[in-house]
Design a protein around this ligand. Structure first.
Ligand code: ADP
Length: 391
């Protein structure tokens, strides 16, 4: 083999296994074209359509064109290749036409795929004829094309398997999380009510009050969980109505912090709020988002300083909730805003993995964005960007 040819073979080999299989085939055939001239080519699969050739790839590479080519011209040859399993060469007979498009010289080669037969057909409009010694090189390109297509199927199968695995895991997680989250408050409510109702025990008023407080708190927990499940279902289906009105984010954030401070005394919060101009927003829903991020910071980074900041820019306003807690390992970040996703390892911290999903959907409904920055051992910051103008 001469060195130019060897170089070509090596280059063709490098095209196999590219992330984008179409790009892989594009470079494979433009490499081949340096030694083997053709105008168009098409690859047909005979597996999917039960014997009728289906073009899976078609290109018009010759004469400066490199666009998707219409591929019905090669179907007949593809069928012949598929039925014989052999190379088919076709040269037009009769008088030479003025228009070379009427004089297609076709070369069809079998393409073996694991899920069935295929064919690759080259066309040279107006010739020249295919020389016998050129056919092995074309056949080599076809073998490489088959490998490239097989890679694509493998990738697709893998992606489908991954999706199926994720869905199955998601359903398991959903059932496990929700049943656990529902059972816990119901267990408390049932346990303390039964205790209070025992006919053989008389509880002193302080104990009765303590039990009733637990029952009250657990009922609130249950209501809030059911509300979150309903909210997440409405947001998922796009049926959550928003009521927009002019809102000043600095006052909204101050209210959120004041309410939480009244409830939880021992929190270390720093407020760094720039003076804001009103933006169009749904006060109730934005409060829900801020409450959630604040609760999460207290829950997952207990005892650390929490900083809430607001930056006012000409086109957007940016709210950040940062804590100095344990952070979130990077492998969980792609899933963090998905429904029911919880980072493992927070034993004892109750939650259904709905909060961040709800936050994200509400912010998206405001045409804003929410993102997370986190460093293990250093802390986590949730950043919300809301557009300053409604249009
Ligand atoms: P939940 O708190 O009910 O589990 P969320 O959707 O609010 O659900 O949060 C999803 C997960 O993100 C949590 O389970 C937790 O692991 C992680 N997380 C959220 N906020 C923080 C934070 N500030 N620091 C560390 N981890 C966090």
């Amino acid at each position: 083999m001469d060195s130019e040819l060897l170089d070509l073979v090596v280059k063709m080999d490098e095209c196999v296994g590219k992330e984008d299989w179409r790009k892989g085939l594009d470079s494979l055939f433009s490499t081949l074209r340096k030694k083997f001239v053709f105008d168009n080519l098409a690859i047909y699969s005979l597996a999917a359509a039960g014997g009728v050739p289906e073009a899976v790839y078609a290109r018009a590479i010759g004469r400066g064109r490199s666009k998707e080519a219409e591929a019905s011209w090669g179907e007949e040859i593809a069928n012949q290749v598929a039925s014989t399993g052999k190379v088919v060469v076709f040269s037009p007979s009769g008088k030479a036409s003025v228009d070379r498009i009427d004089m297609p010289y076709l070369l069809g080669l079998p393409l073996n795929l694991s899920d069935g037969n295929g064919a690759l057909v080259f066309v040279r409009f107006g010739g020249p004829e295919y020389a016998t010694d050129q056919i092995p090189l074309a056949a080599l390109a076809v073998a490489q094309a088959a490998r490239t297509i097989e890679h694509r199927s493998l990738r697709e199968n893998l992606a489908q398997l991954e999706l199926a695995r994720y869905r199955a895991q998601f359903q398991d997680d959903f059932i496990a999380t929700i049943s656990h989250e529902l059972h816990t408050p119901i267990g408390f409510i049932k346990g303390y009510t039964t205790s209070l109702l025992r006919s053989d025990t008389i509880w002193d008023p302080a104990t009765q009050r303590e039990f009733l407080t637990i029952i009250d708190e657990e009922s609130d927990h249950l209501v809030s969980l059911v509300d979150r499940i309903l909210d997440s279902a409405r947001l998922q289906s796009g049926n959550m109505p928003m009521e927009y009105q002019p809102v000043r984010l600095d006052s909204l954030l101050r209210d959120v912090v004041m309410r939480t401070r009244n409830r939880v005394k021992a929190i270390d919060v720093d407020l760094e709020l720039e003076s804001a101009t009103p933006i169009e927003a749904d006060t109730v829903r934005l409060t829900q988002v801020f409450d959630n991020l604040f609760e999460n910071a207290m829950k997952y980074a207990p005892g650390t300083k929490i900083t809430i900041s607001l930056k006012v820019l000409p086109d957007k306003q940016v709210v950040t909730f940062s804590d100095r807690g344990p952070g979130i390992p990077s492998e969980h970040l792609p899933f963090l805003f998905e429904r029911f996703y919880r980072v493992p390892g927070h034993s004892g911290k109750r939650g259904a993995g709905l909060g961040l999903f709800i936050c994200k959907q509400i912010i998206l409904a405001h045409r804003g964005q929410i993102s997370v920055k986190t460093a293990p051992g250093k802390g986590t910051a949730f950043v919300i960007e809301l557009p300053a103008h409604s249009s």
